[in-house]
Design a protein. Structure first.
Length: 336
């Protein structure tokens, strides 16, 4: 590992259009940078492959005003600029009051220093934590190689038990699971305008070289969340070291409880699939019912029913089941 940045051109831009112009001009040589907590590490370690080049140009979007803003309107909902830091989310009054699953998730990302630098856009778009991907000597599938070294190698921690394919990495983005639970959308700026899509559609499957739909000439500009209808919001995460590690497994849950009945619920798993994994079967078990012990146990079992673990990460089934049980139990006492 070199731990020293290669030679790179660095441009500050003040508008989204300037950033898009830079991406169009430099093509695959350029990358957008805000906090840089993931990108700079990859560059220092010279992580590259047939489908993954080390950037030669960095386009700094930290000076674009609208990308730093958190705004809320009861009619339009919540808008979060992609360059908003995780610390901003952690301490935002409106988010803590109305979208608390986001502040709970932000609070559990990394260390204080990383949260002060890291952005919500960067958290969502970060690359896999797989040690083979992160090592310069392994031309793995995600770099454009023809082999996933983790499938038959080390895959205890940051790899999938659900929906894995040619690559067995697990999505490391805590904020993504929370946003998907809130039915969030991604606003993407591109040369010919902008487009909006549900955040669960922002992520690609395990057989793609990249983890998201973002193209080299596009920018994730904002995250949009509809006005909340949820009476309960919980995010739980289990990791190796409590202070700073990535998820072994996590659960984001939002629910609407009325007269002791779970009228609506969203349960999204993180750290166990290549993308935020919506547990539809578990939701169906508990929706429209009183969250009794029996119903909660059935929902917890349903959450891992489709799990197909690798030889060394089977423990994630029990861990995930336990976390789902905990988030559902949290609504039990306040269901009346």
């Amino acid at each position: 590992m070199l731990y020293e940045l290669p030679a790179v051109e660095h441009f500050d831009v003040k508008t989204v259009q300037e950033a898009l112009s830079g991406l169009s001009q430099y093509g695959d040589k350029a990358r957008v940078i805000a906090g840089g907590t993931d990108l700079l590490g990859l560059m220092k370690d010279r992580i590259q492959g047939p489908q993954m080049k080390i950037p030669e140009v960095l386009i700094n979007i930290k000076a674009i005003p609208e990308l730093h803003q958190v705004t809320y309107d009861p009619n339009a909902g919540l808008r979060i600029g992609a360059a908003v830091t995780l610390s901003q989310l952690e301490y935002s009054e409106v988010i803590n009051k109305k979208f608390s699953v986001l502040s709970q998730a932000a609070r559990q990302v990394g260390t204080t220093q990383l949260r002060n630098m890291g952005t919500i856009g960067g958290n969502i778009c970060q690359r896999p934590r797989c040690l083979y991907f992160r090592h310069p000597h392994f031309p793995c599938y995600k770099k454009g190689g023809d082999k996933c070294y983790a499938a038959a190698g080390e895959h205890r921690h940051y790899h999938s038990i659900l929906k894995h394919g040619k690559c067995v990495m697990a999505c490391p983005a805590d904020m993504a699971s929370a946003l998907v639970a809130l039915e969030g959308q991604a606003l993407i700026n591109r040369g010919e305008g902008e487009k909006t899509l549900p955040l669960q559609e922002f992520f690609l499957g395990p057989d793609s070289f990249t983890e998201t739909v973002l193209k080299s000439d596009e920018i994730l500009a904002q995250l949009l969340v509809p006005d909340q209808k949820w009476t309960h919001q919980v995010f739980l995460k289990h990791r190796i070291r409590h202070s700073s590690d990535f998820s072994l497994t996590s659960v984001a849950m939002v629910a609407r409880i009325s007269d002791g009945t779970c009228m609506e619920i969203r349960i999204v798993l993180g750290g166990v699939a290549p993308f935020p994994y919506i547990v539809f079967k578990a939701e169906e078990v508990i929706r429209g019912k009183e969250p009794s012990d029996q119903v909660i146990s059935q929902a917890a079992e349903a959450s891992v029913e489709e799990a197909r673990p690798l030889p060394m990460n089977r423990y994630k089934i029990d861990l995930t089941r336990a976390l789902v049980r905990r988030v559902l139990t949290s609504i039990q006492g306040s269901a009346y």
